[in-house]
Write a protein that binds this ligand. Structure first.
Ligand SMILES: [Zn+2]
Length: 197
């Protein structure tokens, strides 16, 4: 069941999806994949071809997108999704995990003598490089992704920040290759919609 969003509409909750991420503020925005709203749907080919998605997505400036920590492609909601039992995570479970991750972050900065910092969101690039320790396989994934995705310095540091936060949410002191892979997946380029169409 595809329901194209009205232009300018902001969606803050979708069925069975949770957003769990400690931050100073959260801006959650949604857009259609293309002008007709159908790109990426199985079997759909836009009447205008790939330009339906590329022109539409091109209206959002690159520097603006670069400032988003997480960009993900959500499949359209189907009738069967709406009848699924709700996720096992209750809001209070999620709130507890976020609070624990925040405590881990505050403690880390305090132990580094940076008690004016409370969360990863406040850490600059240099500090993020220091606190995001990973092994060789994690490092090589980071290097390859930065090159393949042509990441700006800001984009690279956002990947580090998200990976560090994913590890904090899981209570891991070191950042694993999997945390980095997850963080990279949240920066997938919007253009992937047009490739899928
Ligand atoms: Zn389209």
């Amino acid at each position: 069941m595809r329901q194209p969003l009205e232009s300018g509409e902001t969606v803050i909750a979708r069925a069975n999806h949770h957003v769990t991420y400690p931050a100073n503020f959260q801006l959650v925005a949604a857009m259609n994949p293309c002008k007709c709203g159908m790109a990426g749907e199985p079997g759909h080919v836009c009447k205008r071809g790939p330009r339906c998605a590329s022109d539409y997505q091109g209206r959002i400036s690159g520097p603006l997108l670069d400032r988003m920590d997480i960009q993900i492609e959500l499949p359209s909601v189907r009738v069967s999704d709406l009848t699924l039992p709700p996720s096992k995570d209750t809001s209070s479970d999620v709130a507890k995990r976020v609070a624990q991750a925040r405590d881990i972050q505050t403690d880390r900065f305090t132990s580094l003598g940076l008690s004016h910092l409370r969360s990863n969101a406040q850490a600059d690039g240099r500090l993020l490089e220091d606190i995001t320790r990973t092994d060789d396989s994690g490092q090589s994934l980071l290097r390859d992704a930065a090159e393949a995705m042509n990441l700006s310095a800001r984009g690279y540091h956002r990947v580090l920040r998200v990976a560090r936060t994913i590890a904090d949410l899981a209570g891991r002191s070191d950042v694993s290759r999997i945390d980095i892979a997850e963080a990279i997946s949240y920066r997938q380029q919007l253009a992937s919609f047009s490739l899928a169409a």
